[in-house]
Design a protein around this ligand. Structure first.
Ligand SMILES: [Zn+2]
Length: 266
């Protein structure tokens, strides 16, 4: 299995990152995608991932990072992102996207959309897929997808939190859907219904570590070794065998992320 979204560079992993990785490999995780969330973290992330060929960095500006960054610097930051991607080694552009709660915290939706369009342009320029975050502003993302085609290499809605109806609409754009811990939570209805609705060849699995730990670890720090619980949750939602979901999500990740992921799996 492949963890398609894990913030391994988060400070919550500083005390025991090596042990976290050992547990992940022992649990059968074969590669981990680590999305960068703001400019000053891209180069440290690149250095972290250079320590193990199974760690694959992506670079982007998370919408939740925007309130802490000066709007006047947005253009310069996108130029910096262009330069970081030009160096090679990134498996995707992201994490980027739109975030409802961040609108109140100082990142108006117009600004978020401008920065996201910048990521779309860079994904096109560098021939990379997008790692998309969209939380509580689904109509704004849908409108953007209507106005501007998804870059050729496509993208994934990470930690998909919309329902099955939205999944149907997003599916028309060719997007992939990645599910995290909530699909295993006892009272979860929307993610389970969505996991059932999404086409098998569009499903991905992620831990979104250190957040959103799956059952039975819910409430604590999540880590990539918990990924099999999420694959099992997807299998339960679809009434299928875990092995079938493990195979499908791995094949899907290889299709979306291409040769860069295949190299990590060798
Ligand atoms: Zn994330």
């Amino acid at each position: 299995v492949i963890d398609t979204h894990c913030h391994l560079d988060a400070s919550r992993f500083d005390p025991d990152r090596a042990a976290v990785l050992t547990r992940a490999w022992e649990a059968g995780v074969r590669a981990i995608l680590v999305p960068g969330v703001e400019p000053e973290e891209w180069e440290p992330l690149r250095a972290l991932c250079s320590s193990d060929h199974r760690l694959l960095p992506a670079f982007g500006i998370h919408p939740q990072a925007l309130p802490g960054l000066a709007e006047d610097d947005d253009f310069a930051h996108l130029e910096q992102l262009d330069a970081a991607l030009a160096k090679g080694g990134a498996i995707a552009v992201g994490e980027c996207g739109l975030d409802g709660p961040s609108v109140e915290r100082g990142a108006p939706i117009e600004r978020q959309l401008r920065v996201l369009r910048g990521h779309f342009a860079l994904a096109r320029k560098h021939g990379l897929p997008l790692l998309l975050h969209c939380h509580r502003v689904q109509p704004a993302l849908m409108q953007l997808l209507e106005e501007e085609k998804l870059p050729e290499r496509g993208g994934v809605l990470h930690s998909y939190s919309g329902g099955p109806e939205l999944a149907k609409i997003y599916g028309r754009y060719g997007l992939y859907f990645s599910f995290a811990g909530p699909v295993t939570w006892a009272e979860a209805r929307k993610p389970v219904a969505a996991a059932r609705e999404v086409a098998l060849d569009r499903l991905l699995a992620e831990t979104d570590s250190p957040d959103q730990a799956p059952a039975p670890h819910r409430g604590g720090r999540s880590e990539p070794a918990f990924l099999p619980h999420i694959v099992e949750g997807l299998a339960r939602a679809r009434g299928a065998a875990s092995e079938e979901l493990a195979t499908a999500t791995t094949e899907n990740a290889r299709r979306l992320f291409g040769p860069a992921l295949d190299r990590a799996l060798q």
